[in-house]
Design a protein around this ligand. Structure first.
Ligand code: GAR
Length: 202
């Protein structure tokens, strides 16, 4: 069984999808703790509802990254709880060298675009503004960049006439809820191999 920790800043619907997959026995994993940089993030409330240790980590004075004392605290908590893999689910800060070294090759992220297109904030809106005909989501290993690193799973979502940022994001999120458990299943089953920047499965 794979011991995972989840780190998020928002409502935690991806965390919920992972919880649901575990409850449905389609993912052989255990969520050892949920962490957030936002004290009142709903992701923490969800975790508590499920009896999972849920902790706020104050990331001040930094606004856009996890660094310094907060980074050390996260590493300490992950180790205390026996986390093998760190799952970023809507975590809106950059991960820096200390955590990347401590969990090398064991941090994954989900992004609401077909990377490497549209990294950064509100990727679904970027896709719409650009006139993309196909959007989607990506689960990838995390490196030092913003939404970069070898890709594990992608799901495509057509952009429809009349889509608004909200309708497109909602359809992308439906795919996220399948893509994240699928990626974690591959990791739990150790069916991944890294070949340069690529992830080979099977
Ligand atoms: C998700 O759509 C995820 O792809 C996005 O934040 C949302 C979190 O939703 N992440 C990024 O944009 C990372 N660059 P959730 O809190 O309901 O899971």
């Amino acid at each position: 069984m794979l011991n995972i920790a989840i780190l998020g800043s928002g409502k935690g619907s991806n965390a919920q999808a992972i919880l649901d997959a575990i409850a449905a026995h389609t993912l052989d994993a255990n969520i050892v703790c949920v962490l957030s940089d936002v004290a009142d993030a709903f992701i923490l409330a969800r975790a508590r509802q499920h009896g999972i240790p849920a902790l706020h980590v104050d990331c001040a004075p930094f606004k856009t990254k996890l660094d310094g004392a907060a980074e050390q605290r996260v590493i300490e908590i992950l180790r205390q709880h026996g986390a093998e893999v760190l799952v970023l689910a809507g975590f809106m800060r950059l991960i820096k060298g200390g955590l990347l070294a401590a969990y090398a090759g064991r941090i994954i992220n989900i992004h609401p675009a077909l990377l490497p297109a549209f990294p950064g904030l509100e990727a679904w809106k970027q896709a719409l503004d650009y006139g993309a005909k196909v959007a989607g989501c990506t689960v990838h290993f995390v490196d030092a960049g913003t939404d970069t690193g070898p890709i594990i799973v992608q799901r495509a979502v057509p952009v429809l006439d009349g889509d608004t940022p909200a309708t497109l994001h909602a359809r992308i999120q439906e795919q996220e809820y399948e893509a994240y458990p699928a990626a974690l299943r591959l990791i739990a089953q150790q069916k991944l191999r890294l070949a340069g920047r690529r992830v080979l499965t099977g």
